[in-house]
Design a protein around this ligand. Structure first.
Ligand code: NAP
Length: 288
């Protein structure tokens, strides 16, 4: 049974796609939220982080800040490591000082993508990109340093706040009547509204630990694009491609589906299907 008591919450990276939805949801539920964008609080600065947390003395810190430029991270790896690795450590230490719980998000890209079944929380990470390494470093720091943490891996995140795969497909479809999308990257899309709700439900359980949290089901990038384009009634040509057709600096995992085992047992439900989530998102941004 989940009890809702008003919490004092500090959210970092509050202007990102997840940060915006979590901020809005928690405020709607009457929680006392301090929403910090990157200009208000740079999570890589230990002194600023501890000062801010000491000032607000939250019950919980939710870190939505991240460096998510997967390809750029191959060259800017130090920046990625700072934001995704050192930032979570700073927040973990600051959380401990005021006895706050800490929520942090990681990614399917900590896995190598060579599995033939969905990854569970028992599987060992083996990142194949600098971005994946930086997110794994963050996981390790949180596990090592935060006394009470929820570490939540998500994949293919989409929401209204930022550029994401759904928005890219919409942009391509607006500009062209022929689109090529890879069919050899498979994962589970995650809608920020559903992730925000699951986070809110999870943090009221006090059942700290590692979770996988995605919408239900999985698809290839091609399937995902086909579904989006069908929903908006696009009549162009969708062409299947391979990852090797696109020369990107970072290698993406081929199969990085996250099995949500462990989450349902705690919050009592599975997230809606990725198709349902996609339909609601397209409605939210006025595309259907
Ligand atoms: N997007 C995905 O497909 C995906 C996939 C798997 C996992 N995830 C994880 O899910 C979580 C939420 O992702 P998201 O897509 O909502 O992220 P997002 O939209 O890219 O937002 C990230 C936010 O972090 C802020 N930020 C960057 N550096 C910062 C710093 N040093 N200090 C404070 N804030 C900083 C950014 O602010 P500025 O814009 O001002 O720089 C931005 O608002 C992250 O942990 C991410 O790694 C995302």
């Amino acid at each position: 049974m989940i009890h809702e008591i008003s919490m004092k919450v500090v959210i970092t990276g509050a202007n990102g796609q997840l940060g915006q939805d979590i901020t809005n949801l928690l405020r709607k539920h009457g929680h006392d939220v301090t929403a910090c964008g990157s200009k208000d609080l740079d999570i890589t600065k230990y002194d600023r982080v501890t000062e801010t947390i000491q000032t607000h003395k939250p019950d919980i810190i939710i870190n939505c800040a991240a460096y998510n430029a997967v390809d750029l991270a191959e060259t800017e790896w130090e920046k990625a490591f700072l934001v995704n690795g050192i930032g979570p450590k700073n927040l973990s230490l600051a959380a401990n000082k005021v006895n706050a719980a800490f929520v942090h998000y990681s990614t399917d890209y900590v896995f190598n993508g060579k599995a033939s079944r969905p990854y569970t929380i028992a599987d060992h990470p083996d990142p194949i990109s600098r971005y994946g390494e930086s997110k794994l470093l963050g996981e390790q720091q949180v596990m090592r340093h935060a006394t009470r943490s929820y570490l939540i891996r998500v994949s293919w995140v989409f929401g209204s706040g930022n550029i994401n795969f759904v928005k890219k497909v919409l942009e391509w479809s607006d500009k062209s009547d022929s689109i090529t999308v890879v069919d050899d990257q498979v994962a589970s899309p995650t809608y920020t509204k559903d992730l925000a709700k699951a986070t809110l439900d999870l943090i009221q359980t006090d059942q700290y630990g590692l979770y996988h949290c995605t919408n239900t089901g999985h698809c290839s990038r091609l399937d995902f694009a086909a579904y989006i384009l069908q929903q908006i009634g696009w009549s162009g040509e969708l062409i299947p491609g391979k990852s090797t057709d696109f020369k990107t600096p970072a290698t993406r995992p081929g199969f990085s589906v996250l099995d949500n085992f462990g989450l349902k047992q705690v919050i009592g439900y599975s997230l809606p299907s990725w198709q349902d989530a996609t339909e609601r998102f397209l409605k939210e941004i006025g595309r259907t």
